[in-house]
Design a protein around this ligand. Sequence first.
Ligand SMILES: [Zn+2]
Length: 267
Amino acid sequence: MHSPQLPLSFLTSVDPGLPPHAVSRLRTQRLARSTRPFLSRGGPRGERCEGCRLRPSHCLCALRPMLETGAGFCLVMHDAEPLKPSNTGWLIADVVCDTWAFGWSRTEPDAALLALLEDARWQPYVVFPGEFVSPPGRVVHDLAPHEGARPGARPLFILLDATWPEARKMFRKSPYLDRFPVLSLRPEQVSGYRLRRSQRSDHFCTSEVAALCLELTGDTHDAQAGRVLESYLQVFSERYLQAKNQKPPEVHSVAMQALCSAMRPES
Ligand SMILES: [Zn+2]
């Protein structure tokens, strides 16, 4: 049984002393609407840091990169996604300052999402595999100026943060996204990433897709943020498993060294 006084997702939360980012705020909103307790997969025991969702002994908050970039991200998240302790959209908000996060709705999209999509300072791209787009005329593979592009606008990558079947449904049923180009990553870019990471699975997590988007803009800050995001995901995954297996955090691991080197400008 759960006591109604306890926070819904994590039994004891620890304040990291950092302002909550967009995904963290969305999680708080989502929890407030929750009618039943949502327990993270680790079960009801133990405490977690509110800033990084890891156990306090494995907290990553001191390493949160918070980089200024040319491109921004707009995460449109399926219902329970912000509550999942392994959600990697969270990591994008840790790395890229200009990250927004909204809960998905087919019929009642968030007014702030619609305002962002209208903002002339940003050029939205819906990131989605081209082979599932019909008609295919909306599909682009790079950020070259296209018809109707907003002059001088910064790229805004819209990521549908969900399981693959949910994301397909969201893509089909979000009429407010239909007027924007669909950015489909090229197979050679995807296979280059697989080689770097010896990643065999066909499915990329949201932060991996974001890192690949950051490679495309031609902006050196974005390229660095992409490298940081790649290694930050490795560090997060490593800490997550170490905590789960009750091992101490490894501060000089290969992943930690890669993150430190990516954080150095012009590495
Ligand atoms: Zn933390």
